[in-house]
Design a protein around this ligand. Structure first.
Ligand SMILES: [Zn+2]
Ligand SMILES: [Zn+2]
Length: 152
């Protein structure tokens, strides 16, 4: 997001557009989805004295103001998400990267209308192995020429 647009966005929810807060937002924007630690690693290159607690509090403040969102995707590890509209996720269990999945394109699970009069949003998490990790795994198996020890 452009600096001026970001300033307006922060101000519109009552947050001051401090250089640190802007850097935190922009770091998350680059990742799309990230833990506070990951954002901290990026932001401390520009603000070496910033603490992980400051980054964490700032992300939480922006989440409470509704300009970013919070997710629990695996092992109770909290992620922040630059996208605030309702959507679902795919998590790679190998590399731990996270992708958005537009679940409004998916059919609703069987039986939901036995429980719900109306569905307002869908928030599903798909777990698996991403294409890149999957291909790498296949190459490894093909490359070493030994029988796969996982096969019984
Ligand atoms: Zn992966
Ligand atoms: Zn997302």
């Amino acid at each position: 997001m452009e600096t001026s647009a970001l300033t307006q966005r922060l101000n519109s929810v009552g947050l001051k557009a401090t250089p640190q807060r802007m850097a935190i937002y922009k770091a998350l924007e680059e990742y799309g989805h990230a833990s506070a630690d990951l954002v901290f690693d990026k932001v401390k290159k520009v603000f070496p004295t910033i603490s992980v607690a400051t980054v964490y509090n700032s992300l939480n403040g922006m989440a409470e103001a509704g300009i970013i969102s919070r997710l629990i995707l695996r092992d109770n590890c909290q992620y922040f998400d630059i996208t605030v509209t309702a959507h679902s996720h795919f998590v790679c269990e190998e590399c731990h990267r996270v992708w958005d999945v537009l679940t409004y394109l998916c059919p609703y699970p069987q039986g939901i209308y036995k429980l719900a009069g109306k569905v307002n949003k869908i928030n599903m998490v798909f777990y698996g192995i991403c294409k890149q990790c999957w291909e790498q795994g296949k190459q490894k198996e093909a490359g070493d020429g030994k029988p796969n020890s996982n096969v019984r």
